[in-house]
Design a protein around this ligand. Structure first.
Ligand SMILES: [Zn+2]
Length: 558
């Protein structure tokens, strides 16, 4: 039988160390049939085989985005993006134009508003926003999604203008006049406003509470599925064949399952069970393990537990070992006690579930490593593939502990201040110069034996993997005496393909191009090895194949 599809005349980087390079690849059904030289592979083509001439361009295993948020990202595709918007006048024009073009929206939402969108020194308040738009509720969200700013009418309609206790680690920031000043820190503070949006804020629940929306009408659910499908198609257009959706709730799992059973998912999805600090430990066995059993295919699986240990540095909610440099006496407050987290990590691992924890400050990172140690002490050294998300700052004493505990570093080359259009301040001042060498220190961690995966945390940062790979390759130190954290192209690509498949326990079927593996392939527009690092982002996928099916084709739609 001839192959269904043959890509030839390519520079294939298989990411398989035994056979790292090839010229051609043949696919049959949803599997890779053969990888090798042009003549040998073309011999597998028949009259019905689709032939793709790659014209010397790079072919890779499809990208596996190890940390993103599909629902929020999909919704954000239709919201105002303030990426690279700077200064009051530019902001004002962008918001007014968006408001005029969207006269029916109950809440105007803008994403990726830098903490320094007005200036390096002036923090946004509701009064600034009222000067832009006062008669319609408006909220803009920081790139990290841990802080938002709302205008007065939005705060009033949400019932939080006079403040409200929103729980530890969350804050409705109050002004000197005794009213909310417009800044909302963390999800409990943002939710009253966000829930006024056209989607009712349903896209925020998986990451916010881990819970499911109540009273969803069939029309609302259909609208949410339509939004998700747009987001999934967007992923495919960027060469993504797998992603790890760091939101965890049943609502999203069931919608994705329905998409798989109707249209077929164009991207493989791994999702966690999201454990919050108010949930009883027994939920791990009763819910997380049950979801793991219920969603367990190569297209959709739920085999890990996600938690947040802290917030973000700019919101002063990240947890550090020592005080914030600009705020003596303040280290941040963890979202779990050490004891509580140790119990969660131990129980999840006992049930065979990996753990992934958001930890930004070095204090939070340390608590997570302590929890993984506790699990090893209780369960023995099992192959748990636990991970830490972000690791913006690591304490030097904790660097070797990644290798010792087998903890995966899940990091975002798009996040260091100064990268991907992000401002340097207030971040650099908040952490202080002594901590700079240990910030976003992925090379230091890799050199110390840590396993690393890369991702964008979309919609926190723009999703295109090639841009993110370019950011990793062009990272510049904040000062001449700071370490160079660039990894090689091969290491960077591995962090987007082979290693992220391993993290999912799927290294026996995807992440490399070799016979018998799942047919997840991306063909680029040029030769990535010949491209200067600064030009990698200008390459683009021309063909994406997931599970043997063409999910994106340049110029051809699907
Ligand atoms: Zn995230």
């Amino acid at each position: 039988m001839s192959a269904d599809l043959v890509i030839h005349n390519a520079r294939i980087l298989t990411m398989d160390d035994k056979h790292p390079r090839a010229d051609a690849i043949a696919l049959t059904g949803n599997r890779i049939r053969a990888v090798g030289g042009n003549a040998e592979i073309l011999a597998l083509a028949g009259s019905k085989t689709r032939l793709v001439d790659a014209d010397g361009a790079t072919v890779l295993p499809g990208f596996n985005e190890a940390h993103m948020h599909i629902f929020g990202g999909s919704v954000a595709l239709g919201e105002l993006s303030l990426f690279r918007v700077k200064g009051f006048d530019t902001l004002s024009k962008a918001v007014k134009d968006y408001a005029a073009a969207n006269s029916d929206l109950p809440l105007l939402v803008a994403q990726t508003a830098d903490y320094t969108i007005l200036s390096e020194t002036e923090r946004v308040t509701r009064h600034h926003l009222d000067r832009i738009i006062a008669d319609r509720p408006f909220m803009m969200v920081a790139p990290d999604r841990h802080t938002a700013w709302a205008n007065t009418i939005a705060l009033e309609k949400a019932g939080i203008l006079h403040g409200r206790d929103v729980g530890v680690g969350n804050e409705i920031v109050m002004g000197e006049d005794g009213l909310a000043n417009g800044e909302l820190r963390e999800s409990n503070a943002m939710r009253p406003v966000a829930s006024m949006s056209v989607t009712g804020g349903r896209e925020g629940l998986g990451v916010g509470t881990g819970g499911d929306p109540e009273h969803v009408t069939p029309e609302e659910r259909a609208a949410d599925i339509a939004v998700l499908k747009k987001g999934l198609a967007y992923c495919a257009s960027l060469g993504i064949t797998s992603f790890q959706n760091m939101d965890g709730n049943l609502y999203q799992l069931e919608m994705l399952d329905e998409i798989e059973k109707t249209d077929g998912l164009p991207v493989r999805v791994r999702m966690p069970y999201h454990m919050k600090n108010f949930m009883p430990l027994s939920d791990l066995e009763e819910k997380a393990a049950a979801w793991n059993a219920r969603f367990d295919t190569d297209k959709l699986r739920c085999n890990f537990v996600k938690l947040f240990m802290d917030g973000v540095t700019e919101g002063e909610t990240a947890v550090f070992v020592d005080d914030y440099a600009h705020k003596p006496g303040w280290k941040g407050e963890p979202l779990f006690s050490g004891e509580a987290f140790n119990a969660v990590a131990t129980e999840a691992n006992r049930l065979g579930l990996s753990v992934a924890v958001h930890a930004i400050g070095d204090g939070a990172v340390r608590m997570v490593l302590d929890g993984y140690d506790a699990s090893i002490n209780a369960n023995g050294q099992k192959d748990m593939r636990n991970r830490i998300e972000h690791i913006e700052v690591v304490h030097p004493d904790d660097i070797p502990r990644f290798a010792e505990t087998g903890t995966i570093a899940s990091m975002q080359p798009t996040h260091p201040p100064g990268s991907a259009g992000l401002p340097l301040e207030p971040y650099l001042t908040y952490i202080g110069r002594e901590r700079w060498p240990y910030a976003f220190a992925w090379k230091t961690l890799v050199d110390a034996g840590a396993t690393i995966v890369f991702a964008t945390d979309w919609p926190v940062s723009p999703l295109p993997p090639l841009s993110c790979i370019g950011d990793a390759m062009t990272r510049t130190p904040w000062a001449d005496d700071m370490p160079d954290h660039r990894l090689s192209l091969h290491e960077t690509l591995a962090a987007y393909t082979r290693t992220s498949a391993w993290v999912e326990y799927m290294e026996d079927r995807k992440g490399v191009l070799k016979p018998g593996y799942l047919a997840d392939v991306v063909v680029l527009s040029g030769d990535i090895e010949a491209a200067a690092p600064a030009k990698i982002a200008s390459l683009s996928p021309v063909l994406t194949i997931c599970d043997g099916r063409i999910t994106f084709e340049e110029g051809g739609g699907r």
